[in-house]
Write a protein of this length. Structure first.
Lengths: 468, 468
C-alpha cells in the first residue's frame, strides 16, 4: 500500500544533489547526485578518461570538474551507482572533492547549474524508502544512527536499521492479516453459516498478537532512555555535597562526554555516560540559591524542575541529618515526585565522616551511601542510576522501540486489538471483529510505512540533515 | 633528489587510517586507509559479497563492518584503489559509513584495531608527495585549497595545485641547470682553455632567469592578499561615520561573509569580500574610545594598530573638517603610516550634507568622497580598496606566489643569482659563478620539494588537518 502519488511523482521526478558529508573543513567532501539524470548531469561537469554514463556501475573515476568556460574547478573522484543498486535505488553519482568550504560549494554549484536540484533534508533516504530499499522504520533509523550521541542510542538505531523492529511488526501484521482474512472469508459465506475461524483459537491468536504489541509498547520506556538519555534532577542543601557527587560521577566520563559534539556543558547541567546511556544531571536552581534551602518556595521550585526529569536525586548529608533528622520537606518533595511517577534516588553523602551509625532507614531499594570525597559507593550509585531506568532487563535480543511515533502507532494498534478481542468475546459478528483488526493492522503499517501519508513522510524526513 | 631516508621509511612503513571528511554529523563520513596492508586491514572488518583484496581497483562494494564477535557495526560502501593509482600512490581503501559521530568513531576504531595506525595530520598528502604524485608546492596547495576562505584564495590554491607554479619554477631551474652544466663542463676542460659558455649570452640568460624569480617574488604582495586577505584599520573621530562606512561596505556582503565558517565577527572587526578578496576592517580602539579623539595618545594607539594592518582608512567628516580644517594630528598619523609602508586611504564622509564645496585637496590618488547614508561613492571606495592592494594588474595567466615559505626560498634564490651575475660580470672563474648558481638552484628546489628535509616536511604537513 505504497503511496502511489508520491511514488509516481518520484519516478518522473527530478535529479537531486547535496553535500552528503558533514559541513566544515576536512580532507574530502562528498556530493551525492540521485535521479534519472544523475549521469547526464555529472557528465556535464566531469572530465575524466571516459564518460560516467558509459562506465559500469560501482566504479571510481579520477577526473576534473570543469565549468562552462573550461575553467577547472577541482580534482575529484566520481563514483557510479546504476539503479537499482544504489542508496536510493536510482542512478547515483557520488563526487569526492577537496573538503574545503569554498571548493565544495563551487562543485555543488556546478552540479546544480548542470541540471540537478538542491535536495531537501532527508530526500535521499526518502527516495530509498519510496523505492522500497528501506522500510519506514529503517529509514528513521538512518537519521537516529547519525544523530546518536551515545553507545546505547547508536546500538538501538543500528538494530532498527538492520530491520529487527520491522521483522517483529511484520510477524504480528502477518498473523493479524490471516485472522482478518479468515473472518472476512466467513462473512462471504455468511449465508451458509460456516465458521472458518474457531472462536477459541481466534481469541488465543489475537491475545498472543496483543501481547507482542504490548511488549513492544512497554519497551519504549527503555528505548527512550537509549535514544534520548535520562534527565536527572539533583536536589539537596548546598553543603550536602551535590556538586561533589556530580563531579565524582563525572570523573571517569568527562573526556568521553566532552568529546561528543552537541552536548552543551554549563554550570548547572552535566552529562554522565553510564554503560553507554547518557544521564543529564541538572542541579536544582531553587534549592541551590537559597541559604536555608528546604523552605516552602524551594520545594516548589525543586518540584517543578524535578517534574521535567526522569529521576530525582536527593542528596542528604549523613553528618548533619543523622543527628538533626531529615527535614520533613525532603520527604515531602520525595512524596510529590514519587506520586508523579518520577523515580527518587536518595544519596547519603559524607560516608567518610560518618561511617558508623549510618541511618539504616527502611530501604526502598533506591538508597545509597557514598563518599563523594573518597569515591566510595559511587560505583554502586552509577549502577543504581542505570537500574532505575532499565528496571526491566530486556536482554540482548529483545526489540526495543525508541521512537515516539512508533509508540503512538503501537498504542493505537493495542487499543484496536483490545476492542477487537472484546467484540470477539462478546460473541458479536465477525464483521465487527475484523473492522477493529483492520484498524490495528493500519496502525502497525504506519510504523514500517506500508500505510503512510505525505504528512507522515514530510514530518519524518524534514528532521533529517540535508545530504542524507 | 627525493629524501631517500623518508622514502625508504615509507616503503616499509605502516598502514594508516583516519576520517577524511569534516568532523560532525552528515549523511556519510569517509574513512581512508593507506599503506601496503590496506586491503588486508579492511578485509578483517568488512564483510561483502567478495573480499576487497580480490576486487579490482577503482570498484565500490556494499557490505557491513563487523567486529571480532560478529557484531554488526555499520553498513558501508568500501572503495578500492590499488597502488599506484590512488591519492597516496599506495594501496588505498575508502570506507563510506553513516555520518554520525559515534558510528564513524566505531568504524575507525574497528579499522585501527584491525591493524592500521591513526594517521598524523597531512600524512596522506605527505605520502602522495613522497611517492611523487604531487610535488611539494602542489601538496601545500591541497591544504590551502581546503582552508581557503575566499574565492581568490580558492582560485590561487587551485592554480598552484594544477602545477602552475611548479612549471614556472621548473622552467627556471632547467635553464639554471643548463647554465651550471655549461660552466662545469668548462671547468673539466679548463686545461684546454675552452669557453663553452659565451659570457655575454650566459649573462643574458642568467638575467632572464633572475627576472622570472624577481617577478614571482613580487607577485607575493598579491598572493598574500589572495590567501590571507587584507587588514584594514579604520581611524577617525566618533562622529565621522566610521561605523556607517563599515556598514555601507558590508551591506551587500553580509550574507556571503557570515556563511563562511571561521570568520569571527565581533564589534570591532568585520570582513568584507570585494571581488573575492577578504578585507578585514578593524576599528581603532584608540581613536574610538576618547571623546577628543585626535590627541597625542590617540594617535599613538591608532598608529600602533594601523601598523598591524595593510591599509589605513582615515575617515573625515566633510561637514566638520571643511570649516575647521583637518586636525593636524590626522595628517601626522597619515605621514607616520605612509612612511611605514602602510597604504593610506582618505574617505570624506557626509557628502549628502556637504555636496557643494567638498574640499578638492591635492589628490594623492587615494581620496574618496562618500555618503555612508545614501551609499553614494561607496562602490568607488570598494574599487579603491581593491586597487590599493592589487596595484599591479597580474592578468589571468600570471603565476602568483601565495606562500611565505616560497617567498623566502625565492628571495634566497634571487640573492644567489645576483651574486652569480656579479661574479660573472667581474670576469672571475666560472667555478664561482657555478657555485652561486647551485645555491640558487637548491633554493628553488625547496619550493617544489626536489630539495627537502624532514624539518621542512614536518613543518608543512603538521599544519594540515587529520585525514588529508
Amino acid at each position: 500500500m505504497l503511496n502511489l502519488d508520491v511514488y509516481l511523482n518520484l519516478r518522473d521526478g527530478d535529479t537531486i544533489a547535496a553535500i552528503a558529508t558533514p559541513p566544515g573543513e576536512g580532507g574530502i567532501s562528498v556530493i551525492r547526485i540521485s535521479g534519472q539524470d544523475s549521469f547526464a548531469v555529472a557528465d556535464r561537469v566531469f572530465v575524466g578518461k571516459s564518460s560516467l554514463s558509459a562506465s559500469p556501475s560501482h566504479t571510481a573515476h579520477f577526473g576534473k570538474i570543469v565549468d562552462g568556460e573550461g575553467n577547472y574547478v577541482d580534482e575529484v573522484v566520481a563514483l557510479t551507482f546504476k539503479n537499482p543498486n544504489s542508496y536510493t535505488c536510482e542512478d547515483v553519482v557520488e563526487v569526492s572533492c577537496h573538503g574545503g568550504y569554498i571548493v565544495t560549494q563551487k562543485v555543488l554549484g556546478m552540479i546544480l547549474t548542470a541540471g540537478a536540484r538542491a535536495a531537501e533534508p532527508g530526500e535521499f533516504t526518502k527516495r530509498a524508502f519510496l523505492n522500497g530499499r528501506l522500510d519506514l522504520s529503517q529509514a528513521e533509523a538512518v537519521g537516529d544512527l547519525i544523530h546518536s550521541k551515545s553507545e546505547a542510542a547508536y546500538r538501538s538505531s543500528l538494530r532498527q536499521l538492520s530491520g529487527e523492529l520491522s521483522r517483529e511488526i511484520k510477524g504480528v501484521r502477518d498473523e493479524l492479516l490471516n485472522l482478518a482474512s479468515l473472518l472476512e472469508l466467513e462473512l462471504d459465506f455468511s449465508e451458509e453459516d460456516v465458521e472458518f475461524a474457531n472462536r477459541k483459537s481466534l481469541e488465543g491468536r489475537l491475545t498472543d498478537a496483543l501481547t507482542v504489541v504490548d511488549g513492544l509498547l512497554s519497551s519504549y520506556a527503555v528505548g527512550r532512555v537509549y535514544k534520548e538519555g535520562v534527565r536527572v534532577t539533583i536536589a539537596g542543601k548546598p553543603n550536602a555535597g551535590k556538586s561533589s557527587i556530580l563531579n565524582a560521577l563525572l570523573r571517569e566520563d568527562r573526556a568521553i562526554v566532552s568529546s561528543i559534539p552537541g552536548t552543551t556543558r554549563d554550570t548547572i547541567s552535566e552529562s554522565v555516560v553510564i554503560d553507554g546511556i547518557v544521564f543529564r544531571l541538572t542541579d536544582t536552581a531553587g534549592l541551590r540559591e537559597t541559604a536555608d534551602v528546604i523552605e516552602r518556595q524551594g520545594v516548589d521550585r525543586a518540584q517543578k524542575e524535578a517534574e521535567q526529569g526522569d529521576i530525582l536525586l536527593l542528596v542528604l548529608d549523613l553528618s548533619e541529618n543523622y543527628y538533626n533528622g531529615i527535614d520533613p520537606l525532603y520527604s515531602k518533595l520525595e512524596r510529590i515526585c514519587g506520586a508523579a511517577g518520577i523515580k527518587v534516588i536518595k544519596v547519603w553523602n559524607k560516608l567518610d565522616i560518618h561511617r558508623s551509625g549510618a541511618p539504616r532507614l527502611p530501604d526502598e531499594g533506591r538508597v545509597f551511601y557514598v563518599s563523594a570525597l573518597t569515591g566510595e559507593g559511587i560505583e554502586a550509585l552509577r549502577k543504581g542510576l542505570l537500574s532505575a531506568v532499565l528496571a526491566a532487563d530486556l536482554g540482548e535480543t529483545s526489540v526495543v522501540v525508541t521512537s515516539a511515533r512508533h509508540r503512538d502507532a503501537l498504542s493505537r494498534a493495542g487499543k484496536s486489538l483490545r476492542y477487537s478481542l472484546e467484540t470477539l468475546r462478546s460473541g458479536r459478528s465477525g464483521e465487527f471483529v475484523a473492522m477493529d483488526l483492520r484498524a490495528g493492522l493500519n496502525a502497525l503499517g504506519e510504523i514500517t510505512g506500508e500505510i503512510t501519508t505525505d504528512d507522515i513522510l514530510n514530518n519524518i524526513f524534514s528532521k533529517f540533515c540535508i545530504g542524507k
